[in-house]
Design a binder for this molecule. Structure first.
Ligand code: ZN
Ligand code: ZN
Length: 362
């Protein structure tokens, strides 16, 4: 398991000997992505950067955040006027890695100007690697976000879907989240009938009818951490639903269960994907599952590792990932079923999504 917040910068410093291009050593890492900054320091704001070397932890911010920054334990805070970029001159020495996957070309140019004799090298992805494995506190926060999402699914099931527009359902769900002190962790999906054939449909003015499938994909961000859960519901009565919808649902559910059964530390993201994908392919819908099986969830809704045909990630104990197969039939309908799980050494350690996966008519 990864460490508590105070020790994260120590773990990062431990990576420096291989954190540069082609696993080359660097003397320091400049962390400028604000999510990564938050992960290392707990700081939330619009202007902050971390400089981590073997012996020093320097946090750069401006006067607006000076008070907040003093609460960050274990870091030397340098309050600068203006953006962190303006505080770089004279602080960089030796070979310094920067997060090339988050920095604009313009910012990279300004960084090189400020670097003087220091050598700046691309070193993105190091903090993201640390972020993959969650500690107990992080898992607790993700679980709390997932529990809030499940509670909202319960309310949605009680209230029903038919007769309301997708946009109205979206507004109601989002409003409830905000009343609980949370935010949607991504733009919610409420996709009814033929709209369900689009994996990333945006909720619109379509009124949800009877005898349809409705895919709802939602999550909250609570205390910084995200949840993510998809359920597909039916509307109307059992006799109003067509056979294709039932078949898609049953196949997707089997794929979800097969994927969950394949999750364990040491399994590759591509192998777990293939187990679920094979179920859908064998049912004749291989062409209708056009996205990867899942992704890591944490401070960001999509983070490493990835579960998909081209993933090179190997799952680790303590990662929190989704398993979300789907089948999308253009012009007809679609189904997706998504659970959020903690990876354990021998299988799923804990499924954080507790909403029933039996097809409900709501
Ligand atoms: Zn989702
Ligand atoms: Zn997802």
């Amino acid at each position: 398991m990864s460490a508590e917040p105070g020790a994260r910068s120590d773990l990062l410093a431990g990576l420096l000997p291989t954190a540069g291009p082609d696993d080359s050593p660097i003397d320091a890492l400049l962390v400028t992505d604000l999510i990564n900054v938050e992960y290392l320091t707990g700081f939330t704001g619009t202007n902050g950067a971390c400089l981590v070397s073997a012996g020093r932890r320097v946090f750069l911010t401006d006067f607006r955040y000076a008070e907040r920054a003093t609460a960050i334990e274990g870091w030397e805070t340098e309050v600068i006027s203006g953006q962190w970029l303006e505080g770089l001159a004279g602080r960089l020495e030796g070979r310094v890695g920067f997060e090339d996957d988050h920095v604009t070309v313009r910012t990279a140019g300004l960084m090189r100007e400020a670097a003087g004799n220091a050598e700046l090298v691309a070193a993105g992805g190091n903090v993201e690697r640390l972020r993959r494995v969650k500690d107990e506190q992080e898992i607790g926060r993700i679980a709390a976000a997932a529990a809030m999402t499940d509670e909202l699914y319960g309310l949605l099931i009680e209230r029903g879907l038919a007769g309301r527009t997708e946009a109205a359902v979206d507004g109601w769900l989002t409003g409830w989240m905000r009343e609980q002190g949370a935010e949607p962790s991504f733009p919610l999906i409420v996709a009814s009938g033929p709209n369900g054939a689009s994996p990333h449909a945006e909720p619109g003015p379509r009124e949800i009818g009877r005898g349809e499938l409705v895919t709802v994909d939602m999550g909250v961000r609570l205390d910084g951490y995200c949840s993510d859960c998809t359920r597909t519901f039916a509307t109307g009565s059992e006799s109003e639903l067509d056979d294709l919808s039932r078949e898609l649902y049953e196949t997707t559910l089997k794929a979800n269960e097969a994927g969950l059964a394949a999750v364990r530390a040491g399994a590759s993201g591509s192998a777990v994907d293939e187990v679920a994908r094979a179920v859908i392919r064998d049912a004749g819908y291989g062409e209708n599952f056009g996205h990867g099986l899942g992704h890591g969830v944490g401070l960001e809704i999509h983070e490493a590792p990835r579960l998909g045909p081209s993933s090179e990630d190997e799952l680790l104990t303590g990662e929190v990932v989704t398993v979300e197969p789907g089948i999308y039939v253009p012009g007809e309908t679609g189904v997706r079923i998504e659970d959020l799980v903690v990876v354990g050494p021998d299988g799923v350690d804990r499924n954080l999504s507790t909403v029933t996966k039996s097809l409900l008519f709501v």
